[in-house]
Design a binder for this molecule. Structure first.
Ligand code: MLT
Length: 314
């Protein structure tokens, strides 16, 4: 069985492919879409992260492909219905980078609350700012979680350790399992009305696209802060800009954008906006974890037909 690794993958994953009898691996991480289409026909497995776009056109050439493995969570770059029609399993690795992403969320909350990016920039610019950069404590503040899956629940655990009050909602989790985590289960509107901080942990779907828009942003508490380390487009960036300029919101932190890289969008000019370049899952530990998980799952699937985390199982 031949596997193509078309996006960078930690060595630990490549080694699993190399050391498994019956599996041959090629690593080609600089292919253009047409180069990928030219060679995909000979492969049985395709290992990707977010750069490779798995389109219907590409799948039409993938005559032998049995499995697509995403080292990471988001599958926005894969045409899953087309893969399902072609009888190709699509799998992700939902656990390996969850801690890292939860930690990034907490880092964003702290950096926003204590003005760390602005303090760094002004000090490097030779200015000793104190009065303008007075922050706020997160102790006893309410954190609202939109989405309480693998990452949201880890954020909750960490926030409770910092003595925040955590409330949340998730249409895929029942009331009791949310409350067992120590999270007060509330409606989305109650999250908007009660939270000092809101953090988003849902996939991007038709239901969550632009979930935070002019109307919902203005239902948030005056001075509240909004964090998104999930997917770009769940917050409408123009509406967020307006809510920050009007000082209705106290601040926002984005790790993800509608278009990545986002370029010089209007948010970049605002002092109460901080950002990172989709670094939520970027730690050595997480990248090793997802590489190990995806390689193990793909090998199992190719050699036995069984593996966890297939998202389009019939
Ligand atoms: C994920 O979906 O796993 C994260 O957003 C990180 C990534 O895109 O690699």
């Amino acid at each position: 069985m031949r596997v193509l690794v078309s996006d960078p993958l930690s060595t630990v994953g490549i080694e699993i492919f190399k050391n498994t009898p019956g599996i041959e691996v090629d690593v080609k991480t600089d292919l253009s879409p047409s180069q990928l289409e030219d060679i995909i026909g000979v492969y049985h497995g395709l290992s990707i992260r977010s750069k490779t776009k798995v389109t219907e056109e590409m799948l039409a050439k993938a005559k032998n492909l049995k499995v697509i493995g995403r080292a990471g969570i988001g599958l926005d770059n894969v045409d899953i219905p087309a893969a399902t029609r072609a009888d190709i399993a699509v799998m992700n690795t939902p656990l390996g980078n969850a801690i890292t992403t939860a930690e990034h969320t907490i880092a964003m909350i702290m950096a926003l609350s204590r003005n760390i990016p602005r303090a760094t920039a002004t000090l490097k610019d030779g200015k000793w700012e104190k009065k303008n950069l007075r922050g706020r404590e997160i102790y006893n503040k309410t954190l609202g979680l939109v989405g309480i899956g693998n990452i949201g629940s880890l954020v909750a655990e960490r926030a409770m350790g910092l003595k925040m009050k955590v409330i949340g909602c998730d249409p895929y989790q029942d009331h009791d399992s949310i409350e067992r985590l120590g999270i007060r289960h509330v409606s989305f509107d109650e999250i908007l009305a009660e939270s000092d901080y809101i953090s988003i942990h849902t996939p991007k779907t038709p239901e969550t696209t632009n979930l935070f828009n002019r109307e919902t942003l203005y239902k948030m508490k005056q001075g509240a802060m909004l964090i998104n380390c999930a997917r770009g487009g769940i917050i409408n960036e123009d509406d967020l800009h307006e809510a920050l300029v009007s000082n209705h919101l106290g601040g926002a932190a984005l790790d993800v954008f509608v278009t990545e890289p986002p370029g010089k969008i209007c948010l970049m000019d605002l002092d109460n906006f901080i950002c990172t370049s989709h670094l939520g899952a970027s730690t050595h530990e997480a990248q090793d974890n997802v590489a190990r998980d995806v390689a193990t799952q793909m090998v199992d699937y190719l050699l036995t037909g069984n593996a966890p985390n297939i998202v389009n199982q019939k």
